[in-house]
Design a protein around this ligand. Structure first.
Ligand SMILES: C[S@@+](CC[C@H](N)C(=O)[O-])C[C@H]1O[C@@H](n2cnc3c(N)ncnc32)[C@H](O)[C@@H]1O
Length: 258
């Protein structure tokens, strides 16, 4: 599906978010990469057109030892090389880009940090994806000694998360000052986003944008609990923080491997 909209993906994002998407990805990178292991081996899941990897190298040019981006859409990944060329510090090896699904891919080494930006709700099996990431993450339990691996891996997830509020949902008991904004956001997302996507991308792309909005509306409001409740073979994820932007509709969740 993303192959069909990849040509306009970055442009549409910029318009829909009034260019705020870049600051949200910067927040993801800062929240995920700031504490913890000073030498980063980064996995970016659902890497798309490599906006997150680009931001990571621009923010922490000296700390990233190596990075990997994974996405099944070759169309999205095709935008990465030219974009990354400008962002990578001199003599830095380019990220390894894998055209593959995170639910099945295995990696030859562990990662100290993993990021997922606007991707987790598009992955059909969230639990398989998050457990696969966990099995490729370092934790004190998997370390030979606390000296060689003092920091547990961190996972940062950026996602749109809101409960749609339509006029018909409003009652006296749930009325508050933020109600008009919630209603406006719900109608904007439900009706205008697919239509604008359709106008920019072409008349045959309405279904793709409809699907994006449907997946957004189906995303659980208590996603962090879902992640904390996972019992993976190699352990699980402990919630560190949920940072909100845009009246709580944009969230950056950070977890550590346990
Ligand atoms: C909305 S885009 C996000 C792209 C990018 N992370 C960003 O911030 O703009 C969602 C991406 O998830 C990818 N995706 C869907 N299923 C996936 C899977 N099973 N494994 C990895 N990526 C997946 C899609 O191909 C698409 O590029």
């Amino acid at each position: 599906m993303f192959d069909t909209i990849s040509d306009y993906y970055d442009t549409v994002n910029t318009y829909f978010t009034f260019n705020l998407d870049k600051s949200w990805r910067s927040l993801l990178i800062e929240k995920t990469l700031t504490p913890g292991n000073p030498s980063i081996t980064l996995l970016d899941v659902a890497t798309g057109t490599c906006e997150v990897l680009k931001t990571a190298y621009e923010t922490f040019p000296d700390r990233i030892l190596n990075s990997t981006g994974i996405d099944p859409s070759a169309g999205m990944l095709s935008f990465c090389p030219s974009k990354l060329k400008l962002a990578l510090p001199p003599s830095t090896p380019p990220p390894l880009l894998l055209t593959s699904s995170i639910t099945t891919q295995t990696f030859p080494h562990l990662f100290t940090h993993t990021t997922i930006s606007f991707g987790i709700r598009n992955i059909p099996s969230r639990s398989s994806a998050l457990c696969n990431i966990r099995s490729h993450s370092s934790s004190p339990l998997s370390c030979p000694s606390s000296h060689t691996c003092p920091h547990p891996s961190r996972l940062g997830i950026l996602e749109v998360s809101y409960t749609p509020h339509y006029l018909s949902d409003i009652t006296l008991s749930n009325l508050s000052l933020s109600t008009p904004l919630k209603i406006l956001t719900s109608y904007f997302v439900h009706y205008l986003v697919p239509s604008i996507g359709y106008l920019i991308n072409g008349f045959d792309k309405y279904d793709e944008y409809r699907h994006l909005v449907d997946s957004l509306e189906a995303f659980p409001a208590d996603f962090e609990r879902e992640v904390e409740g996972l019992k993976c073979e190699d352990g699980g994820w402990k919630l560190e923080e949920v940072e909100e932007r845009n009246f709580g509709t944009i969230k950056v969740y950070t977890f550590t491997a346990v």
